[in-house]
Design a binder for this molecule. Structure first.
Ligand code: C2E
Ligand code: MG
Ligand code: MG
Length: 559
């Protein structure tokens, strides 16, 4: 009793955050300072392994590092990214020690956390080896360490990593010309701006006099392009230092894991040589270590710019691909598919530009242009007294996510006066995963307007069948990958069969896309698929050619 009182008193007087676990490493006690800095109380943590406290970027540090050290040395000390209750993370120095009973078995473990952030009152730059005293950022040694850690994580998660080395252009002119004091302040301001360009889980470091390093977890090379561009933009804005306006540029070198190297030192060195090349090429730019990446980045950037212009220049147009009824092979509907012929007259396939438009957000204006043009066109056909067919328009997740989505659809409906029963929106499965409540609300509104809703590429996403009953959908579109494999793969045929059966059970219309030959069509017809779309009946057509089919009453000439 007395002992535990002493322990409690000790825990509350120490200036460190402390946790205590039992012999099986289950948390049994924390002090109030720990509660203060993490927000967790004992109720949240009691009985949990301290692993629970490891933030994502070092999520398996106990298994990979700490436990090994406990076995060999009985303690571990090092940097630890700690999870907080509010989902934030804190970088702390953790000392984790095994306490043995008289038989030499672990009776408890003691975790002592010290704050390491430089904004903390306990932080003294001279004590924090590895940190740069001027900016408070990690220094080069710590940077290399962090790169090494991130590599382990990236490797395990099969993810990529980008190392950016940033050099300030003509920094010596400022340092020598405007005094070192101005130079120092500039470096501090640069450090602040750089830290804002990356996520909290990424690393920003000062790795040389006028050089900074970033280590970024990325999912595609485009992520590194986006950050590099952001860095160039933020550093290009003038700095106000001692009432003086200072302008500085930067050169950035980028290396990528695993493409440009498998080890930390290689990646850091390759980013350095890419940075030297960026400087030699005139500065104020970024360069990838691998030349083909530079080409890719350039293509991407010029593609973005060209796509932007294409909207104003009217370079997009639409094709219409028929969907036929499986019972009589007559056309019942069509899907509007966007096409782009650029100003040089080159045709760019949607498979190439749609993903980029999705990423940079241009899919939103392009998508509304498609909706508007397709509705206008179908209204024209409906008014001509030809065969009436339903128009399907693809809607991107970026459109659906926006607050003005419903308003935009309403606007197009009013402007084109298309009757809602002749319009269907195709959304892909993955879009239904996000902000579910909001999405359901929007889709309910679309349905209450009388517009049909199809799930596109069904079967390829993270298929949770539960949403089929929760989302107000009318149609399932079986992805063309399944249809294509029907003949050669019994399992796929079974999936296609199951989706058709499922649709029937849920009273949904079912469409198959990608039917390319008579065997596909026979199978789909046999299984009772309602509508079929695919090259066997027709490729996507110009509006004139589609109109010819409408004139014929929906008959497609298969000869
Ligand atoms: P999607 O919506 O699944 O469209 C069907 C795609 O399958 C079209 O490719 C179509 O040409 C192709 N296809 C149709 N029948 C066959 C067939 O028998 N065999 C094969 N191999 N392919 C067939 P497309 O036009 O290249 O479009 C590709 C994707 O681009 C579309 O897939 C859609 O996700 C996107 N997309 C096209 N237009 C738009 C648009 O206006 N807005 C949005 N957000 N996405 C669009
Ligand atoms: Mg589609
Ligand atoms: Mg599809």
């Amino acid at each position: 009793m007395a002992q535990s009182k002493i322990l409690e008193a000790l825990l509350e007087t120490t200036s460190d955050a402390v946790i205590i676990t039992d012999g099986k490493n289950r948390i049994v006690q924390i002090n109030s300072f720990f509660e203060e800095i993490t927000g967790f109380n004992l109720g949240d943590l009691s009985g949990k392994h301290p692993q629970f406290l490891a933030a994502e970027r070092n999520e398996s540090i106990f298994k990979t590092t700490i436990e090994r050290s406990l076995i060999s040395k009985g303690y571990w000390t090092g940097e630890f990214w700690c999870r907080k209750r509010d989902q934030e993370t804190a970088l702390l120095t953790l000392t984790f020690t095994e306490i043995k009973d008289k038989n030499g078995n672990a009776s408890n473990y003691l975790g002592v956390f010290k704050q390491t952030e430089h904004n903390d009152a306990n932080f003294h730059p001279d004590q924090a080896h590895n940190r740069d005293a001027l900016t408070g950022l990690p220094g080069s040694e710590l940077f290399n360490d962090r790169v090494e850690q991130s590599l382990i994580l990236a490797n395990r998660a099969e993810k990529s990593l980008a190392i950016l080395r940033i050099g300030l252009d003509s920094f010596s002119l400022i340092n020598d010309g405007l005094t070192h004091e101005v130079g120092d302040k500039l470096l501090q301001e640069v450090a602040k701006r750089l830290s804002k360009c990356v996520r909290q889980s990424d690393t920003t470091a000062r790795i040389g006099g006028d050089q900074f390093g970033l280590s970024l977890a990325i999912t595609s090379i485009d992520d590194s392009v986006l950050v590099a561009e952001k860095v160039l933009r933020t550093l290009a804005a003038p700095f106000a230092i001692n009432d003086q306006e200072v302008v500085i540029g930067a050169s950035i070198g980028i290396s990528l894991f695993p493409n440009d190297g498998e080890t930390g030192p290689h990646l850091v060195e390759h980013a350095h040589s890419a940075m030297r090349y960026a400087k030699k090429s005139g500065g104020a730019q970024y360069q990838f270590f691998a030349n083909d990446m530079n080409d890719k980045a350039k293509t991407r950037i010029s593609m973005e710019a060209a796509m932007r212009r294409a909207l104003d220049n009217g370079e997009y147009h639409l094709n219409y691909q028929p969907k036929v009824a499986s019972e009589d092979f007559k056309v019942k509907g069509m899907e509007a598919l966007v096409r782009w012929t650029n100003s040089d007259g080159d045709f760019i396939s949607p498979g190439e530009f749609i993903p980029i438009a999705e990423e940079c957000g241009l899919i939103v204006p392009i998508g509304y242009w498609v909706l508007e043009e397709a509705c206008r066109q179908n209204k024209e056909w409906l008014d001509k007294g030809l065969l009436k067919t339903r128009l399907a328009v693809n809607v991107s997740g970026r459109q659906l996510m926006r607050d003005d989505f419903i308003k935009q659809v309403e606007r197009v409906m009013v402007e084109t006066s298309i009757p809602p029963e002749w319009l269907e929106l195709e959304i892909t499965e993955s879009m239904l995963m996000g902000d579910t409540e909001k999405t359901i609300e929007k889709l309910d509104t679309i349905r209450s307007m009388g517009i049909s809703l199809a799930i596109d590429d069904f079967g390829t996403g993270y298929s949770s069948l539960s949403y089929l009953s929760r989302f107000p959908i009318t149609t399932l579109k079986i992805d063309r990958a399944f249809v294509n494999d029907i003949e050669s793969n019994a399992d796929t045929a079974e999936i296609a069969r199951a989706i058709i059966g499922l649709s029937r059970g849920l009273d949904l219309e079912v469409v198959a896309e990608g039917a390319e030959n008579a065997a596909h069509v026979a199978f789909l017809k046999d299984q009772g698929c309602d509508l079929i779309q695919g090259f066997y009946f027709s490729r996507p057509l110009s509006s004139e050619k589609y109109e010819d089919i409408l004139k014929s009453g929906g008959v497609i000439d298969l000869t």
